[in-house]
Design a protein around this ligand. Structure first.
Ligand code: GRF
Length: 212
């Protein structure tokens, strides 16, 4: 498969379940003028997620807790999120510590328009505990990956990666903190590239076009 994408539009929805530090650095980059996106909507599946407070404090227009318990199935919950994202008019969905696995229906609906940041160098250490799994395995280098989301968990084409060392006295917490420093550089920067720079996907390879 060989296809070219050029994305002229840049309204995004962010989905987050946790403390929202990646959301915060994206909002900071927007504010600083270094990431030309319009964060139109922030959705959380957790009522008290700090991400929601960060979004409200930054003045994001639509900040919504959508309660999974109000829906009969994962698909029904995802359909409700889809509907909100469409209604608000977002072209991109940015996952920032979103802890639910997206259903195929969601991924197919926004095919090629959902990105995620994972706290390991994919394809190593997929899943919910990429940091702990890397530490237990004993790798000396880990890092973070920004990737397109497809139907395979943590399996979509890789947009960008950044490596960090694993130190002898690392705990899960210290390693995650170092990886998050890398995420905080890489995620806003990759989002900027995504909306300003064309790329091709050849097989699994994302090939960024040189900028004019
Ligand atoms: C990040 O480490 C990210 O890699 C993972 O979840 C964490 C979210 O952190 N997917 P935060 O909520 O953005 O601080």
């Amino acid at each position: 498969m060989h296809s070219t994408f050029v994305r002229p539009l840049n309204a995004i929805a962010v989905m987050a379940s946790g403390k929202g530090s990646n959301l915060r650095v994206i909002l900071d980059a927007v504010q600083a003028g270094t990431c030309p996106v319009d964060v139109r909507l922030v959705i959380s599946d957790k009522e008290h997620a700090q991400a929601l407070q960060i979004a409200r404090a930054a003045g994001v227009a639509q900040v919504e807790f959508i309660n999974p318990k109000d829906y009969a199935s994962r698909e029904a919950f995802d359909a409700a999120c889809c509907e909100r994202i469409e209604t608000v008019g977002c072209q991109w969905v940015v996952l920032a510590g979103y802890m639910r696995i997206l259903s195929d229906v969601f991924v197919q609906y926004f095919s090629g328009r959902v990105i995620n940041v994972h706290p390991a160098l994919l394809p190593s250490f997929v899943g919910a505990d990429g940091v702990g799994d890397a530490l237990k395995y004993g790798v000396k280098i880990s890092g973070c990956t920004v990737h397109l989301v497809d139907e395979v968990l943590d399996g979509g084409p890789i947009l960008a990666q950044m490596a960090v060392p694993v130190l002898e006295d690392d705990t899960r917490e210290t390693l995650h903190a170092r990886i998050q420093q890398a995420e905080h550089q890489l995620y806003p920067e990759t989002l900027r590239r995504l909306v300003t720079q064309a790329f091709e996907i050849s097989g699994r390879r994302v090939i960024w076009q040189s900028q004019a």
